[in-house]
Design a protein around this ligand. Structure first.
Ligand SMILES: Cc1cc2nc3c(=O)[nH]c(=O)nc-3n(C[C@H](O)[C@H](O)[C@H](O)COP(=O)(O)OP(=O)(O)OC[C@H]3O[C@@H](n4cnc5c(N)ncnc54)[C@H](O)[C@@H]3O)c2cc1C
Length: 568
């Protein structure tokens, strides 16, 4: 029975099937090893897209304006930061800057999206400024309420108070925040409740009008039973050692998507964990073993999601060829397009990894698809109940990313792009960043595996080795396209880098540009010097204060170092 199989799986040591490289990921058509190999090749391109382009590193969302639609304000008190903070052990011993409240705060500049009236006024001319730092808004002015019923996640226009803020994803990395306790537990429990498909019973899309009729608290009562059922259902054996109960593929896929997303979040908070003794960020092996290593099904679901999202991005090949990437900087837009097309081309050249055409084929599955979509919308609304800003940001982005993936997989015709619904910028940004999150999680799990193997072999990684691994994983390779390049984005012609063609004029241009950049850099650093000195003074004063009142002194966050070329 399930229980017995689950126990066997838990006890079968390092050979546990999902971590066996050549096993096939169930419900996908590819092995774990093949996905790891694909990820090794694609990860630098994906990271470069998400880290080096304005288009993909700023995200617009309604982070603060929406109330949690599922439980009352009173209950939501348990969903706010203060509640989670209380549950953190020895909170009082931790310097304020390390507390959950601080760790969960958003960083960096934010800018509001122009309202509809402004959008109308400026529809024909590009807007200037207002989008974080150095980000134009020429192409991001879009009508959010032009969503259609094919969407799998919540259209941003549901908010009565505008179209949200722009947030820098680079300034707010997904990592440990200390958000734990009743609030986080309640959100996850409710997410898994949405997986409770039952015959003849449909989930309503909890839109504004239906809210009153849909009382999730009554559903919550069944939570304990469901939790046991979903865990059992995910621990059995098929091709990769995981067998699911007699569920149809669609229902199983729903569970795997949310569980895989949960795994990715857990991986990030374990990989970039705060060592509260040293104040350093880095991998926490105990956290990984407790949340992932001992649950092969969770790792398998992450790989399943990689196959699904990668197939989605590959499916957008024709759509993206005609896509206009506008950040307000033409050179950067060309680079963005080049990188994105290079990614989709590589995916297309790879093996078939996921076959969405086998889903929702049965005539009886028409209702199931609607049910599936409504449940997914409810999961995305649940993200408004997350009581930590940073966690909500990444939770919303990823549910939107998976929602977009499902829309593209099940509503897009790859061969006739004219029939496809328009992909909004926020959808594309969410999709590609979600792929980036999964890809990064897979690389982190490979590294965690190395640590586990070394530890089991009696030669555990030293702190220095862990730090090195962590730093290497944070490096972003820049895939460069020269600004003067006459890359034709419309013909998808591969750009050539002029700085390497060896001509005298190119060398001259490149040297002149380097001198000009260096000059600007010096001037900028002179201008910012008084501010920098003041900042150092405040930091050192705070550290002195910590020392004086007897709490652990917070780490020094500034350094004097020689000039770095990349800063140009
Ligand atoms: C949307 C969202 C985003 C979050 N983002 C962050 C973040 O960025 N940083 C941060 O530090 N914390 C974040 N959190 C909190 C974090 O996910 C955990 O809830 C918290 O660390 C408490 O962990 P836990 O050990 O109690 O188990 P949880 O991770 O809360 O899991 C609850 C239960 O779900 C089951 N479960 C766990 N993982 C899986 C899985 N992969 N598949 C199926 N079932 C599973 C287990 O039964 C577990 O007991 C987020 C929470 C939510 C809801």
């Amino acid at each position: 029975d399930n229980q017995q199989r689950a126990t066997q799986l838990q006890n079968s040591g390092p050979e546990r099937c999902p971590l066996e490289p050549n096993a096939i990921v169930s419900d996908a058509c590819v092995s774990y090893k093949a996905l790891d190999d694909i990820n090794k090749e694609l990860a630098p391109v994906i990271t470069s897209i998400t880290h080096n382009t304005d288009f993909f590193s700023y995200y617009r969302l309604n982070l603060f304006n929406r109330a949690c639609p599922f439980w009352s304000d009173e209950t939501a008190m348990c969903g706010n930061i203060a509640c989670a903070v209380q549950t953190l052990e020895n909170e009082e011993d931790i310097p304020p800057v390390w507390r959950a409240e601080e760790l969960g705060k958003l960083e960096g500049p934010k800018a509001e999206h122009p309202g509809r009236k402004q959008q109308e006024e400026h529809k024909s001319k590009p807007l200037m400024g207002g989008l974080g730092e150095n980000v134009g808004e020429s192409c991001v002015v879009e009508y959010d309420d032009e969503c259609d019923e094919r969407d799998y996640c919540v259209p941003e226009d549901e908010s009565a108070t505008g179209n949200g803020d722009y947030v820098s994803l680079l300034d707010n990395p997904e990592r440990f925040t200390g958000y734990i306790g009743a609030s986080a537990q309640q959100v996850w429990d409710t997410v898994y409740r949405e997986n409770c498909f039952s015959k003849g019973q449909k989930t309503v899309d909890v839109g504004k009008s239906e809210l009153a009729a849909f009382d999730l608290r009554s559903v919550m009562k069944e939570h304990g039973r469901h939790q046991a059922a979903t865990e059992q259902a995910s621990q059995g054996t098929v091709d990769d050692g995981l067998e699911f109960d007699d569920e149809c593929l669609e229902k199983r896929a729903f569970y795997r998507i949310v569980s895989g997303m949960h795994s990715s979040i857990s991986t990030h908070l374990c990989w970039e964990h705060l060592n509260q003794t040293t104040g350093e960020w880095g991998p926490n092996l105990v956290c990984y073993e407790k949340r992932l290593h001992n649950f092969p099904d969770r790792i398998s679901n992450l790989y399943f999601n990689y196959a699904l999202v990668l197939r989605t991005v590959g499916k957008l090949r024709n759509h993206l060829k005609d896509y206009t990437f506008c950040s307000g900087d033409l050179d950067q837009d060309r680079q963005t397009k080049y990188m994105v097309l290079s990614l989709v081309d590589r995916i297309a050249a790879g093996p078939k990894i996921f076959d969405e055409t086998v889903m929702f084929q049965d005539p009886s599955a028409i209702g199931l698809k609607e049910d599936f979509r409504n449940r997914f919308r409810n999961v995305s609304r649940l993200m408004d109940c997350v009581g930590c800003d940073k966690c909500r940001l990444w939770g919303k982005l990823q549910t939107s990313g998976y929602g977009t993936a499902l829309k593209v997989l099940f509503e897009f015709d790859e061969t006739n792009d004219a029939l496809n619904p328009r992909l909004r910028r926020t959808e594309l940004v969410a999709l590609v960043n979600t792929l980036g999150r999964i890809s990064h999680s897979m690389s982190a799990i490979v590294n965690f595996q190395k640590m586990v193997e070394a530890r089991d072999a009696g030669v555990p990684f030293s702190a220095e080795q862990k730090r090195k691994l962590f730093e290497e994983s944070a490096q972003v390779e820049e895939i460069f396209v020269d600004a003067d390049d006459d890359y034709d984005v419309d013909t998808d012609e591969k750009p050539h880098n002029n700085s390497n063609d060896g001509t005298w004029s190119t060398a001259w241009n490149s040297e002149t540009k380097a001198i000009y950049d260096a000059f600007l850099m010096v001037i900028r650093s002179w201008i910012s010097l008084p501010g920098t000195i003041y900042e150092i003074f405040v930091i050192e004063l705070s550290r002195l204060w910590d020392y004086w009142i007897g709490v652990p002194v917070r780490p020094r966050t500034w350094e004097i170092r020689p000039f770095n070329h990349e800063e140009l």
